[in-house]
Design a protein around this ligand. Sequence first.
Ligand code: AMP
Ligand code: MG
Length: 414
Amino acid sequence: MRIELVTIGDELLLGYTIDTNGAFIARTLAADGVQVVRRTSCGDGADEIADAVRGALERTGAVITTGGLGPTADDLTKPSIAALFGRAMRKDDAILEALRERWKARGWPGGLPKANEQQAWIPEGATVLENRHGSAPGIWLENERGQWVAMLPGVPREMRGMLTDHLVPRLRVQGAAAVVRSATLRTTGISESMLADQLGALGKGFDGLSLAFLPGWEGVDLRLTARGRGAEDTDRALRDGVSRLREVAAIHAYGEGDADLAGVVIDLARTRGARIAVAESCTGGLLGARLTAGAGSSDVFLGGVLAYHNDVKTVELGVRAHTLETVGAVSEETAQEMARGVASKLGADIGIAITGIAGPGGGTAEKPVGTVCWAVSHGDAVVSRRAQLIGDRTEIRQRATQAALDLVRRTLAT
Ligand code: AMP
Ligand code: MG
């Protein structure tokens, strides 16, 4: 089944709001065999909306819109599409009553604002899609030829709820013949091209599965997509495909779906009965924040030291003044001493340390911006790395954190 999306709002055209609704709807419906074949964004004007929806209807006869259902003067989606279908607008008393109740329940003084009353107006012959997540109801409008437009609110949380409540069940039936499913294998510590070499022929897709390489600061995600008949077969093909990729990606693969490397490290450490402490210079707490993002990390994560000033490195972590004088604060030696120092200070089995130059200033010829060193101590052993990381300040800090976590993962995995 093929449909089009029209996302409505001046803020989308001005670039202040990114069209996450379009992405979410396309992704969600693909799983049920409903293919979004075109996405259009248009402004809030009645003519712009009518033009965009008319074109989409002519091509597919099946259109979802988001936005423009609010209570203000710029919310023109309903009357504009009603006119396109040659329908008048009528006031729906049930909706009006529900709006009044909702308003009363929220305890605002003065009753339902006049402006909200326009949300009770719907096109003649339309089906109301109840909104359990906000005030603006959605609308399903269909003509004699079976062409339809489903109008959803723009607020992403409400849109997502209504997609699940109403459209997924309606469209699943029609799209059931063909399903599209995706799965992601997450890798890190290997470049996109090296990974492509390692995958060889599999990199072009295999067994009817298509493969996409998605690089980012976390690493390279491998996304496999299966198109098939019937959910069960398609899911099985996808699972087999992910297993094959995992075998070849070997140690570079750390998880599937939206797995986070920090969560993987916490789980690994917990299994090994090891407790973690961190010493951070250029990442200023990012490492600690990521390790504590998941609930229940306190049985593994003990704490850390943010060691920016050299005095903190020497006094709190026991980094030797001689090390700082001879090889400098950004060096593998310093990182190693920080890792050992914080582990012994806090009584941890594993110490993780990061030191580097995140920029934009502070670089030198020998240590340009992006030079980062990290180290992991585990019992008596300590390993460290030095790399030239790319990106702006934010990205360098993110990449440094990810690289340090990956060194822990690899250390614990062996
Ligand atoms: P509306 O239903 O047009 O009143 O939209 C309400 C809010 O939803 C706006 O302030 C936007 O920030 C947000 N929004 C509208 N359309 C989109 C979209 N396509 N993607 C993400 N957010 C959106
Ligand atoms: Mg709007």
